[in-house]
Design a protein around this ligand. Structure first.
Ligand SMILES: [Mg+2]
Length: 221
């Protein structure tokens, strides 16, 4: 699997110390509350999110008649949501504090599938909640990007994401990376089991904080 050139360019621009632990974290539903933000945006459009499965499409309904809207309407609303709300999403509780503590011994990079033209808004939104680390706007599954970022590493690497396909992609292409399946939103969390490719499933930051510190302790770094 090849990494998209737009992603490679961003990876090359972020210096990574091969001898220092690295935490690669997703943003939506790990650092920021995507579902809560999306639902509140949809409510303003006369729609709402009725999460019956681990998907957006099919679960967006009209307030007037409770009928699910078509995939193209969902896409339009998602695009508008990303455009208007990426810089203003609520924080996942404890994320900033945990990363602040972990940053004393680990490098931190945010690997988000935010559209490239909204990368600046993502950075702004993360800074607003106290998460100020390099951001890479990925395209597609994340395994190849993680492989490329970590090929030269000789220290523990951790990856957090809510989407099982991304965890499994990391397992396939970057098996040396410790994979934490993290789903912040409780509505979403109950719909999804631990990804096959994950080492563990943890849905809250204080627990992730303790877990990663312990793993780094064990590694001797
Ligand atoms: Mg996510």
């Amino acid at each position: 699997m090849k990494t998209h050139p737009d992603v490679t360019e961003q990876i090359d621009a972020v210096p990574i110390d091969g001898s220092k632990p690295l935490i690669i974290t997703d943003a939506d539903e790990v650092l920021v509350q995507f579902i809560t933000g999306l639902d509140s945006y949809l409510q303003e459009q006369g729609l709402y999110l009725d999460l019956q499965s681990f998907a957006i499409t099919g679960n967006v309904k009209r307030q007037s008649d409770h009928v699910a809207v078509d995939a193209d309407v969902v896409q339009e609303n998602l695009q508008a949501f990303f455009e208007h709300r990426t810089a203003h999403l609520p924080a996942v509780p404890g994320a900033a504090e945990a990363l602040q503590s972990l940053s004393e011994r680990a490098q931190i990079i945010v690997l988000s599938n935010v559209p490239l033209d909204q990368k600046d808004a993502r950075i702004e939104g993360l800074q607003r909640i106290g998460v100020d680390y390099p951001v890479i706007a990925n395209i597609g599954l994340k395994g190849a990007a993680i492989r490329d970022m970590t090929a030269h590493m000789d220290a523990p690497i951790f990856f957090l994401d809510d989407i099982p396909h991304n965890i499994d992609s990391a397992a396939e292409h970057a098996d040396h990376v410790h994979r934490i399946h993290f789903v912040a939103d409780p509505r979403l969390a109950r719909l999804i089991d631990q990804a096959d490719g994950a080492h563990t499933r943890i849905d809250d930051w204080p627990a992730v904080h303790d877990y990663i510190h312990q793993k780094i302790d064990e590694s001797g770094h």
